[in-house]
Design a protein around this ligand. Structure first.
Ligand code: PMV
Length: 313
């Protein structure tokens, strides 16, 4: 029995989270060592419409029909089915596994949705382009985050470094010279929906001040793009420090993330900032020469784990 499988990587946002929701650009890159993987296989003895879902990491074993109407997995399958009635879909088993920690700013929800959409469309014999898969993933992301900017689905579907700005064509980022980033788990679950809502409240209360912050973040992101494409990634350090200061002003950092950033910088990192929605989740650091020293400092500062990734084209 043929199996249809697909996978999508995790991601980090190097610059621009939150401001991207308000029209500023952001930079994000895939993290290939973290993957969501989906396998869809027909169940010959089953009845049409019986779609069995297995997602051991979240302890989910259920028929799709038994999930609530607004469950993201149900939405992902329905998005692929389109006009087709779910009852007419051949019986199948959908296995979902992921090494991307959820609620951590690493794009877990977008990667799972994208892999489900890709594998399920192959199972149904539908050929979807990356653009279509990205657009469908964006629709499912709305269930998770309300008002996603669209950066997560773009980077995990196209699996390339992106320079993303709402309303503009997606730009892939040429990496002039590869560089390493440490990704530290703060041990505190992030909450992107809550963080985005808190920033919205802050913006509604003081649009001028938030506008200053968003514009400042946008300026850093544009400078970062130039440094990355021209092969000068070590110059990103001070920009990361300034980006983190703006994120702290927005109220989306946390004591744990601030402590990790301080420890990384004390150990010689060139820059450090939270990545993703914040309020927990992951910190990223540009380690410069002292990769092992910065990794150890992050662990000593309370990081639950530290991953090294190389940003490359
Ligand atoms: O927490 P994540 O990995 O989903 O990233 C959220 C990034 C935000 O800019 C805060 C929201 C968005 O949709 O762009």
């Amino acid at each position: 029995m043929p199996a249809f499988s697909a996978s999508s990587p995790g991601k980090i946002i190097l610059f621009g989270e939150h401001a991207v929701v308000y029209g500023e650009p952001a930079l994000a890159v895939p993290v290939q060592t973290l993957q969501a993987r989906v396998i869809v296989q027909a169940v010959i003895s089953g009845t049409s419409g019986e779609i069995w879902i297995e997602a051991p990491e979240i302890d989910l074993y259920a028929f799709l029909d038994d999930l609530s109407g607004d469950h993201p997995l149900r939405a992902a399958v329905a998005a692929v089915a389109g006009e087709e009635n779910l009852d007419r879909i051949p019986a199948c088993r959908v296995q979902i596994t992921s090494t991307i920690p959820p609620s951590s700013g690493l794009g877990s929800s977008a990667a799972v949705s994208a892999a489900v959409i890709r594998a399920f469309s192959a199972f149904l014999g539908k050929r979807l382009s990356d653009r279509e898969i990205s657009d469908l993933t964006f629709e499912v992301e709305k269930i998770y985050h309300g008002t996603p900017s669209g950066i997560d689905n773009s980077v995990v579907v196209f699996q390339k470094p992106v320079y993303f700005q709402k309303g503009s064509p997606l730009q892939f980022l040429a990496i002039g010279s590869p560089f390493e980033i440490l990704i530290a788990d703060s041990g505190i679950a992030g909450d992107t929906g809550k963080a985005v809502a808190a920033v919205r409240d802050k913006w509604l209360a003081d649009q001028e001040d938030c506008g200053r912050i968003f514009t400042g973040i946008g300026r850093l992101t544009r400078k970062a793009k130039d440094l990355i494409t021209s092969g000068n990634p070590l110059g990103l350090g001070p920009l990361m420090v300034q980006n983190q200061a703006y994120l702290r002003e927005l109220g989306v950092s946390s004591p744990e993330l601030d402590r990790l950033a301080d420890r990384a910088l004390q150990a010689g990192a060139l820059g450090a900032k939270l990545s993703g929605g914040g309020l927990g989740g992951h910190l990223i650091a540009l380690p410069g020469e002292n990769v092992e020293g910065v990794r150890q400092a992050l662990l000593d500062g309370g990081a639950k784990s530290v991953l090294l990734t190389t940003v490359q084209g």
